[in-house]
Write a protein that binds this ligand. Structure first.
Ligand code: SAH
Length: 247
């Protein structure tokens, strides 16, 4: 009998932000395939004998996506209940779509378990609402990590600047100089507030504040490292208004 694969979002890292369903599945699964993004607190909830790391390998190389896809099919064909645990929500920059398609092609039953995405929850816990009646009536989620082989930018920064809504960037620590420059060139004000939220909801979470023209220096001075979310737009300034009471 073929088993079943659950594509599960872990939320941003605080174990209390796992859904009740995700928590149950972590206990019940025969095998959990995960990378580092769910964070140490959540990964430590899974007994070592029942987990497989399909994230970065020793030496810094990523496990090929093909390996993960094939491993999911292989385990399900052995009749196993498999959890593919992903940081945040499985369908927000998580390659969950590709894995789901691979499962369907191989006739493996699966279920999607949404999670709290770091793109909304990360700014949220830092006191930054991604939309606000006075400041932003739209929000865009974009990747800051472009495929370097692409000739043209996959993200239309000019259009984002023109839209005037909140811009939330994932995988955007390294390329911060590139896209802040693109947004300035596209006509966004240099004093537009920008926040960097590092390891949101982890015990060692940090938030760094700046503007479109200072944030690269702030990143370097504070030594902000991935995983971090970049929030660009007036909403980012909300944090400073409420911070005193944000515990
Ligand atoms: N599926 C995930 C996003 C995966 S892409 C989600 O819905 O949240 C990986 C990027 O997500 C990281 O580079 C970082 O930008 C962001 N990210 C994920 N978890 C994070 C966290 N706890 N704190 C800050 N950024 C996080």
């Amino acid at each position: 009998m073929t088993g079943k694969v659950y594509l599960v979002g872990s939320g941003p890292g605080d174990p209390e932000l796992l859904t009740v369903k995700a928590r149950r599945l972590l206990d019940e699964a025969d095998v959990v395939l995960h990378d580092k993004l769910p964070g140490p607190e959540i990964i430590d909830l899974i007994p070592e004998a029942r987990r497989e790391d399909v994230g970065k390998r020793a030496g810094g190389e990523w496990t090929p996506q093909e390996y993960t896809n094939n491993r999911l099919v292989e385990l399900a064909r052995e009749g196993k209940t498999v959890v593919r645990l992903k940081g945040g929500d499985p369908f927000v920059f998580g390659r969950g779509g590709e894995e789901m398609e691979h499962l369907a092609e191989n006739e493996i039953p699966f279920e999607i378990v949404p999670g709290v995405t770091s793109t909304i929850g990360g700014p949220g816990v830092a006191g930054i609402p991604v939309t606000h009646r006075d400041h932003a009536s739209s929000v865009s989620f974009v990747t800051g990590h472009e495929d370097p082989t692409k000739e043209e930018s996959a993200v239309n920064w000019q259009a984002l600047a023109d839209t005037g809504g909140t811009i939330v960037v994932v995988m955007g620590v390294g390329k911060l100089p590139n896209y802040t420059k693109a947004l300035l060139e596209a006509g966004m004000a240099p004093d537009t507030p920008v926040a960097l939220i590092e390891r949101a909801t982890w015990p060692d979470m940090r938030v760094a504040m700046g503007t479109l023209d200072t944030i690269v220096n702030v990143r370097d001075e504070e030594g902000i490292k991935p995983p971090a979310i970049t929030v660009i737009g007036e909403v980012a300034a909300t944090r400073e208004k409420v911070q005193e009471f944000l515990r």
